[in-house]
Design a protein around this ligand. Structure first.
Ligand code: PEP
Ligand code: MN
Length: 341
């Protein structure tokens, strides 16, 4: 439920209502618009059964939230969320770039990748240490050793680290080394894991599953948020369609659709959508033009030597060229873009 205040309602009226809600054991979220203030109520509204909120000074109306996702939805919080990860803001005017290899393969590889993407202006280093591979015989990641390498690369460059977690155990280990968890497409409806990262309180880059609808994706995000962790960034990474020319089909339309339904930032992953390095640049342009808040791109110092996703990783020179190009698109759509270290 949300409480819509009358235009020009007083701070004292808003404080009085907030106090009543908190005393009743409910959480609140206040959105101050130009004309009106909206108070989002978090928790079981039956706790308010005997309190005539609609009769209180300054209250215009009480509106139930119809969507099954409440915290992730725009009714609850109309203004866009800006998620702060170690001082880097995702969802503001400035676009965010996350780059790095598919997987951490060794100390030199990850250090080289980190230095290269940092030179081109990335704010985050990505790299999987726990790899959920389609085949059990493929490279599964370096686990904690990989996380230590990521941390060293982060210390040397100042980049924030985002890495995928796939189980309770990996959440526990990774929480000691990384700034943001990634939930991958394969775990996008692993509700137990979603609750777990929700309880961790750490920011989460939450990928869309390859066969989940936007509605299912937002409901799954709600699992994280319902544990009190509102630091969720959505990531569109392509969905499975009948088309086989690309690995997945990048659903560009999900960007404006999600933005119309949710206040959460949206990052686009053209690498896993396309599956081919040659398509990354045009898809990145399209994503930024359609309103994405940033990109996550796989970059490897030697793509053809990569132990996973070799065909889609950019080399540092191609990544640098992409960054220069994206700056121009950013300007057209009124966003800022940081190029260079
Ligand atoms: C990844 O980011 O390396 C990954 C496995 O992506 P996805 O979950 O989108 O397939
Ligand atoms: Mn990958």
């Amino acid at each position: 439920m949300i409480i819509v205040m009358k235009p020009g309602s007083k701070d004292s009226e808003i404080e009085e209502i907030s106090g009543i809600l908190e005393n009743a054991g409910l959480g609140i979220h206040i959105s101050r618009g130009i004309e009106r203030t909206i108070i989002g109520v978090i928790g079981d509204k039956r706790l308010l059964r005997d309190i005539p909120l609609e009769l209180m000074q300054g209250v215009d109306k009480l509106v139930p939230i119809m969507e099954s996702y409440k915290l992730a939805g725009k009714t609850f919080k109309p203004e866009p969320s800006i998620i702060d990860v170690g001082g880097v803001k995702i969802g503001g005017r400035e676009l965010v770039m996350i780059a790095g290899p598919c997987a951490v393969e060794g100390p030199d590889q990850i250090m080289e990748a980190a230095k290269a993407v940092s030179r081109s202006g990335a704010q985050f280093l990505r790299g999987g240490a726990f790899k959920p591979r389609t085949s059990p015989y493929s490279f599964q990641g370096l686990e904690e050793e990989g996380l230590k390498m990521l941390k060293e690369a982060s210390n040397a460059t100042g980049l924030q680290i985002v890495t995928e977690v796939i189980s309770e155990r990996s959440v526990e280990i990774a929480s000691r080394y990384v700034d943001m968890f990634q939930i991958g497409a394969r775990n996008s409806q692993n509700f137990h894991l979603l609750r777990e990262v929700g309880r961790s309180g750490k920011p989460v880059l939450f990928k869309r599953g390859s066969a989940t609808t936007i509605d299912e994706w937002l409901n799954a995000a709600e699992y994280i948020m319902s544990e009190g962790n509102y630091n969720v960034v959505l990531c569109e990474r392509g969905i499975r369609t009948f088309e086989t020319a690309t690995r997945n089909t990048l659903d560009i339309s999900s960007i404006p659709v999600v933005k119309s339904k949710s206040h959460l930032p949206v990052i686009v992953d053209p690498s896993h959508a396309a599956g081919r390095a040659q398509y990354i640049l045009p898809l990145s342009r399209a994503a930024i033009a359609a309103g994405a808040d940033g990109l996550i791109i796989e970059v490897h110092p030697c793509p053809r030597c990569a132990l996973s996703d070799a065909a889609q990783q950019l080399d540092p020179a191609a990544y640098d060229a992409l960054c220069k190009d994206i700056g121009k698109i950013a300007e057209i759509v009124g966003r800022e873009f940081r190029y260079g270290a």
